[in-house]
Each structure stands twice: as structure tokens, then as C-alpha cells.
Design a protein around this ligand. Structure first.
Ligand code: PLP
Length: 340
């Protein structure tokens, strides 16, 4: 396969135009065929629900070139299921899982020349999106939905190495209410997070940690990733909360942790009890694990491990998951879905 002529190791994390995207429409409950378009723009009704009432959800996953040269997508079936949970919460038409998988494989195939080669550390980010595209003036569900999937090649997250970052709790904003939409990937959740993320960055913290919005006592998750930690007695701990997104990376890391003999605990984690951790990480598709060196909460700062070096256990889990994604370690859980 002839690849585009790009400096693959230095493409960064940004949108880049590719050959095109795929889409399908659902009108009055009936899904049409998956189609391919080379146009980055599409016309949309001025009264489309998504533009006014925000019927929109999305997913994020990645495709990789494995060591033996195959194109593999990481756990797309989990994303299909999660998208349908999000859709249900906003009364949107569900995307049949077969249609979702067909669309995702098709868009990777059509853009195979943009799939970064093995050994560059880069990958292809896949963004399935579902929107209410029919006109609604009252706050009612749309009668038409558009499902589309775009891809864009992205560079290695840790070009300068797997380095810890500092995080802050921004107390004056909540991410999600316990009975709200925080456990789904509805687009509106992210709009609400832009301001606190901007504030944290201006204070010198790249990542925001949110507490539960009811008691302001327990750790929920980071802005776009789950909270995971290794306790001082060697357990893998992650918060139990009704308002956090079920991360596919977190699920994968838990399976790997159990497999290598680490006890996995899901329970409420009080912000005052962060001293129990030897290592803390933020986990998600983009970076797998971002090691967290410190969490600042009001006038207290909790620190974990060394400032310049990621902890041993999280590094080990990171390496195993990356190894599976690039086909360097046996995929005994059948997480890779091959495209061509
Ligand atoms: C709020 C939130 N939590 C967690 C995650 C991590 O989820 P995943 O591992 O499925 O990418 C994401 C990213 O998708 C997210 O946006």
C-alpha cells in the first residue's frame, strides 16, 4: 500500500483533510446505505435539532498498522454499544451495530493511504458522530438522523516521552450531575467543559479533575479521561460513580491488570484520600495513560511518585496495551478488528 508522503512522526493531534468520510441517514426509523463523500461540508437544515437542542453524540477510537502490516481497529464493537447508550439518553435513533462496524471499516479502507505506517508511533483517529438532522422547532426528538464517520491521522501522544503532568480540581464548575448525562458521550457535556479546561490551562494545569457534583467529595473523572490509580499496596483503583463515562481504555487496562495479578477495585474515592495512591493516571483513547504527578485541590496539593518519570505499574500496563494495539503482543482478548 502506497502511503501519503507525510512526516508521520510529526503530524501532531489535529484535524487533517483525508480522502473523505462515510455517512448514512435514518429517516422515520429506517436506515439507508453507508455512502462515501469526498466533500468536507454537507448542507444541513437551519432548524435541525442538533443546531438548537443539541441532539448529538460521538465516539473516539483508533486504527493502527500492526507489526505485520495489517490495519486494525481497537475494540470498535465497544464504541458501537456506547454510542447507542448515548443515543438512547437523547432519544436519538440507535445505529445498528453492523452498520456502525461497516461504516468504520469502510472509512478506514477508503483512507488507507492516510493510516500511519507501523513504527512511527502514529495512528488514525476515528470519529463516529450521530446527529438529529431533521427540523424541530419545539423541543422534540428529530425524525431524521445522520450518522457519519470521519478519520484523521494523528501523531504519537508522547513524542518527548511518557511524562507526568499536573492536574487541578476546578471547584466552581461541575462536569455532570448524578442523574444527568455524564455517563454518555453527548456533545453537550464537552461544551460545558471548555471553560473549566481553559481556566485550568491558564493556571498552568493541562488537565482538570472533576469531583462528584452532589457532595463535592469524591473523585469523578478528568475532563476527557477516567481516573485510575495504583495504591501504595499495589491495587488498581478507579472510581465508582453514576456520572462518569465508561472508558474503553479503562476497561482494557482493568482486564490486563487482573491478568498480570493486580487486584482491581472500583469504589468511591474521596478527594481527601488521594494519599493512598503511589501512581495516578488519566486514561483514554488519545493517550492511553497520561501519568499525573499532582492534583491541586484548593490549598492542598497531592503528589504521586516522581515528577519526571511515570510510575512502574502504570508504565507496564501502558506498554502491554500499546503492544496489543500495534500487534507486538498477542491479542488474546480479540480486541483488534482487522480491516484489510
Ligand atoms: C469524559 C471522558 N471520559 C473518559 C474518556 C476515555 O474513554 P475511552 O477510553 O473510551 O477513550 C473520554 C474519551 O473518550 C472522555 O471524553
Amino acid at each position: 500500500m502506497i502511503k501519503k508522503d507525510m512526516d508521520w512522526k510529526n503530524i501532531g493531534f489535529q484535524y487533517r483533510k483525508t480522502n473523505g468520510y462515510v455517512y448514512a441517514k435514518c429517516i422515520n426509523g429506517k436506515w439507508g446505505e453507508v455512502q462515501f463523500s469526498t466533500d468536507e461540508y454537507f448542507p444541513i437544515h437551519i432548524a435541525a435539532n442538533v443546531l438548537h437542542y443539541g441532539q448529538a453524540c460521538f465516539e473516539g477510537m483508533k486504527a493502527f498498522t500492526t507489526k505485520d502490516g495489517k490495519a486494525a481497529i481497537f475494540r470498535p464493537n465497544m464504541s458501537a454499544k456506547r454510542m447507542n447508550r448515548s443515543a438512547q439518553r437523547a432519544v436519538m435513533e440507535k445505529v445498528p451495530e453492523e452498520l456502525f462496524l461497516k461504516a468504520v471499516k469502510e472509512v478506514v479502507k477508503k483512507n488507507i493511504d492516510y493510516l500511519p505506517p507501523y513504527g512511527t508511533g502514529s495512528s488514525m483517529y476515528i470519529r463516529p458522530t450521530l446527529i438529529g438532522s431533521g427540523p424541530t422547532i419545539g423541543v422534540t426528538p428529530s425524525e431524521e438522523y445522520t450518522f457519519f464517520v470521519l478519520v484523521t491521522p494523528v501523531g504519537p501522544y508522547y513524542k518527548e516521552g511518557f511524562k507526568p503532568v499536573q492536574s487541578i480540581v476546578i471547584d466552581e464548575y461541575d462536569r455532570a450531575a448524578p442523574l444527568g448525562t455524564g455517563d454518555t458521550k453527548l456533545a453537550g457535556n464537552y461544551a460545558a467543559g471548555i471553560l473549566p479546561a481553559k481556566k485550568a490551562k491558564s493556571l498552568g494545569y493541562p488537565i482538570v479533575l472533576y469531583l462528584d457534583s452532589k457532595e463535592k467529595k469524591y473523585v469523578d473523572e478528568f475532563g476527557t479521561s477516567n481516573f485510575i490509580g495504583i495504591t501504595k499496596d499495589g491495587k488498581f483503583k478507579t472510581p465508582k460513580s453514576p456520572s462518569i463515562l465508561p472508558s474503553i481504555t479503562n476497561d482494557s487496562l482493568q482486564i490486563i491488570a487482573k491478568d498480570i495479578g493486580i487486584e482491581v477495585v472500583k469504589e468511591q474515592i474521596a478527594i481527601d484520600d488521594l494519599n493512598q495512591f503511589a501512581e495516578v493516571g488519566a486514561c483514554g483513547t488519545a493517550a492511553v495513560i497520561t501519568p499525573i504527578y499532582s492534583v491541586k485541590h484548593n490549598d492542598k496539593t497531592y503528589t504521586f511518585g516522581e515528577k519526571e518519570v511515570a510510575g512502574e505499574t502504570l508504565t507496564k500496563l501502558y506498554n502491554i496495551l500499546e503492544g496489543i494495539r500495534y500487534g507486538e503482543i498477542e491479542d488474546k482478548y480479540n480486541w483488534l478488528e482487522f480491516v484489510v
